[in-house]
Design a binder for this molecule. Structure first.
Ligand code: CTP
Ligand code: CA
Length: 226
């Protein structure tokens, strides 16, 4: 793919990409999070830069260096990620939500480190986080908006549901029940689901896949002509 990749594909386009996990604080020393590595989002950022885009990477805590020639904004929580995503959203042409956003956060953050009590069972009260990609897609003059859907079953139908519900233009679905791919893997296999239908992409490195996805996204955005 690298040799066939057209470097001018996204020239002049502003692309925002969310990546990695979010961390939802419980107290000053504890948080709720997930195993997202950020690799897919960072690979997409690199591929978009290669294609000539001006890339803003909005990243949760990950162990990856900032890709060259992109603007990286590091955040912790879903609320921080939402704020960073909506900043300058009117200038964004393409928004790609690859982050694994925590669906819920603790209702309140304890000011001091919580102490162990005598009770055997401890209950946590959680409140729903804002949906970042849906908030972006609800903007007037919305960018071409792409989501990801990690599913363990009924992959395509759940992805189609999210495409409709969140008012997305495309959704990239992957089956995380497969042991050869997923959150921390270097490889991935995905299905691109649009309002017209679904296209399966074969197992390949996240880097190769990112180039392919950027080609598909650039072509689809061109056609939509926002
Ligand atoms: N997403 C988001 N903000 C959230 C939750 C999800 O922007 N608070 C985005 C993800 O980045 C992804 C898409 O929405 O692009 C789908 O995420 P997913 O977790 O699969 O969907 P949910 O709507 O959270 O549904 P569920 O976890 O119940 O499957
Ligand atoms: Ca979720």
């Amino acid at each position: 793919t690298a040799a066939l990749f057209d470097r001018g594909l996204l020239s002049g386009k502003q692309v925002f990409i969310t990546a990695g996990p979010t961390r939802e604080a419980l107290d000053p020393v504890r948080y709720i999070s997930n195993h997202s590595s950020g690799k897919m989002g960072y690979a997409l950022a690199e591929a978009a830069v290669d294609a000539g885009a001006l890339v803003t990477l909005i990243s949760g805590p990950v162990n990856l260096p900032a890709p060259p020639r992109c603007k990286r904004i590091m955040i912790q929580s879903a609320e921080d990620m939402l704020e960073a995503s909506l900043q300058n959203i009117d200038q964004c042409d393409i928004f790609i939500a690859s982050a694994a956003v925590a669906d819920y956060r603790p209702v309140s953050v304890a000011e001091h480190k919580m102490k162990k009590g005598n009770e055997e069972i401890m209950e946590l009260h959680l409140i729903k986080n804002p949906d970042i990609v849906a908030s972006v897609a609800a903007q007037q003059n919305k960018p071409y908006t792409i989501g990801f859907a990690a599913e363990t079953r009924d992959v395509i139908s759940y992805a189609q549901g999210k495409l409709e519900r969140k008012n997305l233009d495309l959704i990239i679905a992957n089956d995380v029940s497969r042991s050869d791919i997923g959150f921390n893997s270097d490889d991935n296999a995905v299905t691109v689901v649009s309002h017209e239908g679904a296209t399966q992409l074969p197992l390949s490195s996240k880097r190769q896949l990112a180039h392919k996805l950027i080609e598909i996204i650039a072509a689809a955005e061109q056609k939509k002509d926002h």
